[in-house]
Design a protein around this ligand. Structure first.
Ligand code: BG6
Length: 494
């Protein structure tokens, strides 16, 4: 990958994402020499702020959230020289003309050739207007490339996503649009492809003859924090399943791409999404999709409020903070293999992991000796620990023929010296280099929405299936029953 200089426009520069993720990511890229001195960043938000104030905020954000400390004042002063701030009303085209003037002056100052990356860390209602105004303001007329990076949520349902896409596509080509799903920037999510396709251990077994089920868990200990206003309209289904969970399922289930190129990989992923079986009717859906909401509880000895008592949440809200489902990928490879997916807030542990449970070998010989074989497991740990864990059966040492499960645990993140880049760091750099593999293409987004829409529509008719679970637990009992009915159980997370 190579980068030949660009201006980065951060819309929403006073927001949380910029503070926690984007600025620290830019700083890491700079520290690692990936940006060299060939870049400028323009922070944009409505709030008036001087350049100095903005640079002070930048300092504070990097101090708090960067994985690198910055004690070297000279280097810092050099870095911060690349940053400007402009107060901008995104509805007002005149402001964009001023922005173009500022941009040109920075391009001259840093000898840049007109490459421009527009990062919209904004509410999606503003995406279309910003895209239009970028054109009106002349910002798309420079000599280099123009790319638009947009944050989720990309729409509220298929219809609104289509509308949003139409507005953006009126200005940018699909190849110029980088839709962020930050889970795709995570080291171990990217590793799924390598684990699957580069290992003779796994590749031949990766199908319904050998795999009993797949479990995807995205659990969080946090509640909705200060995001109640957003979350109450979104819920776990739109916040985590439409994007992150379905992306992981598609990486686990996809066929080998013909080449390791963005379009080939994304072609295979979208085929998986298209193969996810729709539910036959509302009853079928309710049998296989569980929703829950946390009530008051405790975690680590601390009392936690109920979701309905969180700030900016409707006290009678029926929004789900927990989701679990059994999905089927209806193709030759996966016929009959359940994919269980769960995500929730206020769970006992923060964990993102995939468990692949293999079918047992014929076990009559061992059963005859009173041995119950445990299934082989492959666990791909994404977060907080990064690594691979494999469970196999072995003879219990010093026993006649007792069998015990033993584990091989490769903890990548525990290895000294490994300091994996944050998802945003990779994704920002990829977008700057024009590498779009780990961004979601429109057809992926649209297909994911059509899966989600069926669930959301059914739920909106009647919320009597919403179950309440105490904060600090693994969600409603029904989530466990979902697997128990098939003779399985959720494997405990790390
Ligand atoms: C975001 C969701 O996309 O992902 C949040 O909007 C969630 O609700 C977050 O907390 C989880 O991300 P991570 O990287 O901490 O697992």
């Amino acid at each position: 990958k190579s980068l030949d200089g660009a201006v980065l426009f951060i819309f929403g520069a006073t927001g949380d994402l910029a503070k926690r993720k984007l600025f620290p990511a830019i700083y890491s890229l700079y520290k690692e020499g990936k940006l060299s001195e060939n870049f400028a960043v323009i922070g944009l938000a409505r709030r008036p702020k001087t350049k100095e104030q903005f640079r002070d905020n930048l300092h504070a954000s990097i101090n708090e959230f960067s994985r690198y400390d910055q004690k070297d004042t000279e280097r810092w002063n050099q870095f911060v020289e690349h940053f400007e701030y402009m107060s901008l009303d995104t509805q007002n085209p005149e402001g964009f003309k001023d922005l173009n003037v500022l941009t040109q002056s920075l391009e001259e100052k840093f000898s840049l050739n007109g490459n421009r990356l527009f990062y919209l860390a904004l509410a999606p209602e503003l995406f279309g207007g910003v895209a239009q105004n970028l054109r009106v303001g002349g910002l798309l007329e420079s000599g280099g490339w123009h790319r638009l990076v947009i944050e989720k949520p990309f729409g509220y349902d298929l219809k609104s996503a289509e509308e949003l896409n139409k507005q953006i596509r009126g200005v940018f080509e699909e190849e110029e649009i980088y839709r962020i799903d930050h889970y795709l920037g995570k080291e171990m999510v990217q590793n799924i492809e390598v684990i699957r396709f580069a290992n003779a251990f796994f590749e031949p077994l990766w199908n319904n003859k050998h795999i009993a089920n797949v479990q995807v868990t995205l659990s969080e200990t946090v509640g909705v924090e200060e995001r109640g206003g957003y979350y109450d309209h979104s819920g776990a289904l739109r916040d985590m399943v439409q994007n992150h969970a379905l992306q992981i399922v598609s990486m686990i289930a996809m066929e080998a791409p013909s080449r390791l190129e963005a379009e080939d990989i994304r072609d295979e992923k979208v085929k998986v999404l298209r193969s996810i079986r729709p539910f036959a009717d509302d009853q079928d859906l309710r049998n296989h999709v569980i929703r829950g909401q946390y009530k008051a509880g405790s975690h680590g000895g601390k009392d936690m409020p109920a979701y309905r008592d969180e700030p900016n949440v409707n006290p009678e809200s029926v929004t789900e903070t927990f989701f679990a489902a059994k999905l089927h990928v209806d193709n030759f490879r996966w016929a009959g293999v359940p994919f269980y997916v769960r995500t929730g807030k206020r769970m006992p542990a923060k964990s993102t992991e995939v468990v692949v449970e293999f079918k047992n070998v014929p076990d009559h010989v061992y059963l005859a000796k009173n041995n119950n074989l445990r299934p082989n497991l492959l666990v791909i740990r994404v977060n907080p620990e990064e690594g691979i864990y494999i469970k196999i059966n072995a003879k219990k040492p010093d026993s006649e023929r007792s069998i015990v499960p033993v584990a091989m645990d490769f903890c990548q993140s525990c290895q000294v010296g490994i300091n994996t880049p944050e998802a945003y760091e990779r994704l920002l750099f990829d977008a700057l280099c024009g590498e779009s593999t780990y961004f979601t293409r429109w057809d992926e987004v649209a297909t994911a929405w059509s899966i989600i829409d069926q669930i959301a529509n059914s739920w909106s008719k009647d919320a009597s299936d919403l179950k309440f679970y105490p904060a600090g637990t693994w969600g409603p009992e029904e989530s466990h029953e979902l697997l128990a009915r098939d003779g399985f159980h959720w494997w405990p997370v790390n």
